[in-house]
Design a protein. Structure first.
Lengths: 439, 233
């Protein structure tokens, strides 16, 4: 009977095109608006490293002001480390892998005179960054081990950068200029663009992944400052110049470790405890001993990637959908009661109340399918508008994947079924004899 | 076939209770053609609705084919209605946006026949009423007489044992009315029990038996005449 009811529903919808269009529009507008917001929330709350939740940890150390806790994070520990702490942690051999990093940028040029120099987002990091975050290589690999501590001018290019500079060829061994200095290409990444950019959430969680990657050991040689957030509490504490910056209490390094099991985790905790105690003896870390190892899922929550505002907006959009559903109820009631005489005939011919109810509920469901499809179009328009208004800031999240498209249709069907329950019930309860005599 | 005993039907509003049927007793035997007459508002249509299980009685007992239907739930009543009863209405009550084939298909769908069986039955009844060539026409493309023949075909498609007709010729001219009446008589000759509500005394006389409903109660005219004749003799 399902197929029969669907054919009746489509015939019925075609029979009253204006009313049907209004019902579809009511559902489509509600679904379109809510899916626009929910898609953003859904994409923002994705965890691209969910598969490493049990082994990957962001490291936080409370090296902050003895007189005042760090207020910007919910656990009152700075999101980033000082340079000297990062360098000290790098000396530990407990983690299976670890990486220190921060955001930077270069002007890139090459031997190709036709290619104009361009500025590129860069990540200054240690060699295990790529293995730590499952970054795929298409050519070559990460740099030499000593590049993390000594100035080795090697570079890894993103796929897009390699395309721009070398037309996508294997460029390993070739040279490019970064800020006028020659660097040798040691690796080229495959396409990789985690969203949110979980390894550095405090410098634009939805920015594109960097275009070039260079070793951590180059700081002193090129006096590299972070292009990302740098927070400090003690001014002029560590001397003048760049060395003073490196030894200061300013936090600007993100730090991640991979710990395979509970034992390794416990050992690393002991190591951090010991390190902080040692620093306390040297006059640093004057706050109560505190550090945190946070896995990717919790890191997203701690960094409030999906803010309370986003959540409120999500609920508001669902409220709007509810208003649309109420409108659809009124329209469906009008349509179904207009068809009550036909329902009376069907009852006389053997349809039970339940059969009449199901028939009309399936008609509601069909309205939902059409409403869902139109809602997807509206949501795509909405997301496109958001992309334009955000000037590329949230391009990666303002897109709809197949799952969300299916969810849109599912939501529309659910909404229209909810809207159809009362009208379908009403028409199934009408007394058929009222219409059979008067039709 | 149909037996009603002390059937009552009343409609209640906030202030008034109207008795449509009271102490209503009737028995219709298998194969009978019974006409039902009576003044407007006497309860004819209420009787027909209760007989067709479109409404439930307020009290009394109703046996259809020996089965007490008074206490059945909606699903069972609908199933019985679909299997045993065919309806013919004054206003034809064809579904306007379905063609003749699909209109006749409606009761067969609820019966659960497969597509092949439905097609066989539809083609058979369309042939019986002489409208095979119009299967794809919409009701609005037919005359009133043709529409009523389609309604009869729809009622017959499920091969019911009991046909309820409510003023089946009321909207037809005399020629078409005669044709429809002849069709009903033909159907009755093949064994279908028919109860027909009519205002037309000529049509009423063509039935095997005529009952009159007055003030919600049955007055069996032929039994009354027979009793009067017996008393005179």
């Amino acid at each position: 009977m399902f197929g029969y009811y669907v054919s009746l529903a489509i015939r019925s919808l075609r029979g009253t095109p204006v009313l049907s269009a209004l019902m579809v529009a009511a559902i489509a507008v509600g679904v379109g608006a809510s899916m626009t917001v929910l898609t953003l929330n859904y994409m923002m709350s994705q965890n691209p490293l969910a598969h490493k939740d049990n082994v990957l940890y962001a490291v936080q150390l409370d090296s902050w002001d003895p007189n005042e806790a760090y207020q910007r994070s919910n656990n009152e520990i700075p999101y980033q480390l000082t340079y000297r702490d990062a360098m000290a942690l790098l000396r530990s051999d407990i983690p299976t892998r670890q990486a220190a990093m921060h955001r930077y940028g270069f002007t890139v040029s090459s031997d190709d005179f036709e290619l104009r120099p361009f500025s590129a987002e860069a990540r200054i990091t240690t060699r295990q960054f790529f293995a730590l975050f499952d970054v795929p290589f298409v050519y070559g690999g990460t740099w030499d081990a000593d590049a993390d501590r000594s100035p080795v001018q090697q570079v890894v290019l993103s796929k897009a950068t390699n395309e721009k500079l070398f037309g996508g060829e294997n460029s390993v061994g070739r040279s490019i200029d970064l800020n006028g200095e020659p660097f040798t290409v040691v690796g080229v990444l495959d396409h990789w663009n985690p969203s949110p950019k979980i390894y550095d959430l405090n410098n634009g969680p939805f920015n594109e992944a960097e275009e070039i990657y260079i070793p951590f050991g180059l700081h002193r040689k090129f006096e590299i400052y972070s292009w990302g957030n740098t927070n400090g509490w003690a001014s002029g504490d560590s001397g003048e110049g760049y060395e003073g910056h490196l030894q200061s209490e300013s936090v600007w390094i993100q730090y991640w470790v991979e710990l395979q099991d509970e034992e390794q985790l416990e050992n690393y905790r002991d190591f951090l405890t010991g390190y902080i105690r040692e620093q306390k003896q040297q006059g640093r870390f004057q706050r109560p001993l505190k550090f945190a190892l946070t896995n990717p899922s919790e890191w997203l929550v701690l960094n409030e990637v999906l803010s309370d505002d986003n959540r409120v907006l999500g609920w508001l959009s669902l409220s709007f959908l509810l208003v649309c559903v109420v409108n659809a109820v009124a329209l469906m009631l009008a349509k179904f009661l207009r068809k009550a005489p036909e329902a009376g005939v069907r009852r006389a011919l053997g349809a039970s109340r339940h059969a009449v109810f199901v028939q009309h509920l399936i008609e509601s469901g069909c309205i939902g399918v059409f409403g869902g499809l139109c809602g997807i179009l509206l949501a795509l328009v909405g997301l496109g508008t958001i992309r334009q208004l955000s000037f590329g800031y949230i391009d990666q999240v303002a897109t709809m994947d197949w799952l969300m498209m299916l969810a849109a249709v599912g939501m529309a069907i659910l909404a229209s079924l909810l809207a159809g329950i009362y009208p379908a019930w009403r028409v199934s309860r009408t007394n058929p004899s009222l219409y059979l005599k008067t039709q | 076939m149909l037996k009603m005993h002390n059937i009552r039907k009343s409609y209640r509003t906030d202030t008034i209770e109207t008795h449509a049927l009271r102490d209503f007793n009737l028995e219709v035997k298998e194969g009978e053609f019974v006409s039902v007459t009576g003044p407007s508002g006497s309860g004819k249509t209420t009787f027909l609705n209760i007989a067709g299980m479109l409404e439930t009685a307020s009290g009394g007992q109703y046996l259809l084919d020996g089965e007490d239907v008074s206490g059945l739930n909606d699903r069972d009543r609908s199933r019985l209605r679909n299997e045993k009863i065919g309806f013919i209405f004054q206003g034809f009550n064809l579904i306007p946006d379905l063609n003749l084939f699909d209109n006749i298909d409606v009761p067969l769908r609820y019966r659960g026949f497969n597509a092949k069986e439905r097609r066989r039955r539809i083609e058979k009844v369309l042939e019986q009423v002489g409208l095979s060539a119009r299967a794809k026409h919409l009701p609005a493309q037919l005359s009133g007489g043709q529409q009523q023949r389609v309604a009869i075909a729809r009622a017959l498609a499920g091969e019911p044992r009991f046909l309820l007709a409510d003023e089946p010729t009321g909207n037809l001219d005399s020629l078409m009315a005669r044709q429809v009446m002849e069709l009903l008589e033909f159907i009755n000759e093949w064994g279908t029990t028919i109860v027909m509500v009519t205002h037309d005394p000529d049509l009423a006389r063509r039935a095997h038996r005529n009952i009159q409903i007055v003030d919600g109660q049955v007055s069996d005219l032929q039994h009354a005449v027979a009793a009067a004749e017996a008393a005179t003799a």
